[in-house]
Design a protein around this ligand. Sequence first.
Ligand code: ZN
Length: 137
Amino acid sequence: MVVYQKQIYVSSSKRKELIDITSYVEQAVEESGIERGICHVFVPHATAAIIANEHESGLMNDILKALEDLVPPNKPWRHNLIDNNADAHILASIIGPSRSFPVEGGRLVRGMWQNIFVVELDGPRTTRKVIITVMGE
Ligand code: ZN
């Protein structure tokens, strides 16, 4: 089995934002030379997450609005007493820090409407690290 790993860095310009990293992930799979296996995409951050969904600007806004409705930032969260970002931690916990994708025929497998996004939940940030691990043969 071969393991190929790389890190990429993205920045955000808003508090909540979806950052499309599909091309970086596909490039990592290509670089790996792996024909068949798994591609794991992970953010080592407590206030960011990874999702796979459609890159359509209306929908991207809808997702961010729904997240805000689900966990309103201005509730009396206890964590806000020490660090004003409880909503970001809660949403990151619900969504999760990683997603895995099959690799077949040397290519990342995803649905036509499944782009891969970093979900920024407490931006803007200059540096959000993403670790991409491709494993297989
Ligand atoms: Zn915090």
